[in-house]
Ligand binder design. Structure first.
Ligand code: ADP
Ligand code: MG
Ligand code: ZN
Length: 503
């Protein structure tokens, strides 16, 4: 596909225009069963094996609300500082699409369960930006279509389509921001930071794993520009289903550049949905946007209204976990690290693992060192999330304990970690099997030192003559002879002692 889109440079766009954004995030809840029936939500099942008359929209079937789904929605609302509706209803959003067997989506329209909140997000330089939340409402997911026979997997050019309704009816929460203004050139960064923070929050609440790469969380990026210094919002475009943090940022940035090109050439922006393309970082036109009235929303007659008792809401509020930003700031203080270091830990996805390693007895410096060094490297190389490596925080804490007891030096500890990752057993088992203890037996060390001195008389003379730095070469020789298993600091002491030199 070759679509040429005129762009102006990002700097030029911002010199003339002020971006306004709106982010709509869909989160698939991790309930065991669907929102309105008892079908399983487990991933990976054979197509159409997790369906029933209700989620297939058969005549006469009736929906029943999933209590855990409602509870999760309230928790999300509370964590986003929202008001929780005393009484609200579901609505039917009517449209036809093959992936939606009922011919309407059960959603909420003008009566969302949660509304009027905010989420504070921290930008990379530490600045806190408040994103206001319009509402969080409950709805259900659609099925999944697979278009077969074409080159692109899109419906265009396909010979036929396959439909899997296993996903139809899985509970979704849609979280919609108020227009985000005042971010200026940082708008794309704010968008990314907001989605990242929301994802952490959802995970901390335990209501979804919120894995964007699995489609459990996806974001629509609404964007418009207005001339600098003016108030009235411009016409927006809506880039649908952006499914990674990086793409959210890129999509916002691209749309800023594209809108600026259109507007500065005197043309107008069409209100439409757009698709984001990971490969090029660009967006292309989707469909012209429907108006709300096209959907003929009306209250769902087959479901009772939702009127969560205040006591229940307060109980849920009291049970909220420590929220990610609060926890992050607390840990940053406890660990005594800079905002920048904390940011690297967050980017690496290592905060949970480090905290758990400290809980298992390691000191914070050692825990950070192993996770952000050796283990981050392994995660990178194997393309895995750091917390999915086959080593537990307890095992990392054990390695750190062996180092601080002097049983391992860093080099040996790295080998132990490699062994654990390779499935050779616990750290102690790897030490045993690979024979990785530091040689601290003074007799053996002394012999190795004497041999190194005897084998390198010229260097030994230099050291005797006061060139202490030359001891490095002898330390190297001893380390080699002991296959890296000697305590290097002790070896150096012994060498200087033998040669009668003060260290
Ligand atoms: P729709 O469902 O039609 O997309 P919503 O009101 O649910 O409409 O969501 C639109 C999102 O876009 C909201 O986050 C809203 O704050 C934001 N928004 C509304 N108008 C504009 C605009 N002119 N420019 C940028 N964002 C906007
Ligand atoms: Mg929308
Ligand atoms: Zn069902």
């Amino acid at each position: 596909m070759t679509v040429t889109t005129d762009l102006v440079s990002y700097e030029d766009a911002l010199a003339s225009y002020d971006p306004v954004m709106g982010l709509e995030v869909h989160v698939e809840l991790g309930t065991k069963t669907k929102m309105f029936c008892g079908c399983s939500t487990a991933l990976g099942a054979e197509p159409n094996t997790q369906t029933c008359p209700t989620c297939l929209g058969m005549p006469g079937s009736l929906p029943v609300m999933n209590r855990t789904g409602v509870e999760s929605a309230i928790k999300i609302g509370l964590a986003l500082n929202c008001e929780i509706a005393e009484w609200c209803r579901f609505a039917r959003k009517n449209y036809f699409y093959p992936d939606m067997p009922k011919n309407f989506q059960t959603s909420q329209y003008d009566e969302p369960i949660a509304f009027n909140g905010y989420l504070d997000v921290q930008l990379e330089d530490g600045e806190v930006f408040r994103v206001e939340i319009e509402r969080a409402h409950m709805e259900e997911d659609t099925g999944k279509s697979t278009h077969v026979g074409g080159a692109t997997g899109r419906i265009h050019g396909a010979s036929h389509s396959l439909l899997d309704y296993n996903r139809a009816g899985i509970p979704l929460i849609e979280i919609v921001t108020k227009p985000i203004v005042g971010a200026g050139e940082r708008a794309p960064e704010v968008a990314k930071a907001y989605v990242a923070e929301l994802r952490e929050l959802i995970k901390a609440l335990g209501v979804s794993e919120a894995r964007m790469e699995m489609g459990q969380m996806r974001c629509d990026v609404n964007l418009s520009l207005r001339p600098n210094g003016t108030e009235k919002f411009g016409t927006r475009s809506e880039t649908k289903n952006v499914n990674s943090l990086r793409s959210v940022e890129r999509a916002a940035r691209f749309e800023i550049q594209r809108h600026a090109a259109v507007l500065s050439s005197g043309e107008t922006i069409v209100q439409e949905t757009r698709h984001f393309h990971e490969d090029t970082g660009s967006t292309t036109s989707g469909r012209v946007k429907e108006e709300a009235e096209d959907y003929r929303y009306f209250p769902e007659p087959d479901l009772v209204p939702v009127a969560p008792a205040r006591e229940w809401v307060e109980e849920l509020r009291a049970g909220l976990p420590e929220l990610p930003r609060v926890r992050r700031n607390r840990l940053r203080e406890e660990w005594g690290i800079s905002a920048h270091d904390m940011q690297s830990i967050l980017n690496a996805g290592a905060i949970g693992a480090i905290a758990a390693t400290i809980d298992a007895g390691a000191d914070s410096t050692a825990a950070r060192k192993w996770w952000m060094g050796e283990l981050a490297r392994h995660a990178n190389e194997s393309g895995r999330a750091i917390d999915e490596l086959p080593i537990t925080p307890e095992q990392v804490a054990r390695v750190a304990a062996l180092v601080s007891a002097g049983d391992l030096n860093d080099k040996l500890a790295r080998q132990v970690i490699v062994g654990v990752l390779a499935g050779e057993g616990t750290p102690d088992e790897v030490v045993e099997k690979r024979g990785l203890k530091v040689v601290s037996d003074e007799g053996a060390l002394t012999t190795a030192v004497e041999e190194a001195i005897a084998g390198n008389p010229a260097i030994a003379d230099k050291i005797r003559g006061g060139k202490v730095a030359a001891a490095g070469a002898l330390v190297g020789a001893v380390m080699k002879a002991t296959r890296g298993q000697a305590d290097a600091a002790r070896v150096k002491e012994l060498i200087l002692e033998k040669l009668g030199v003060e260290g």
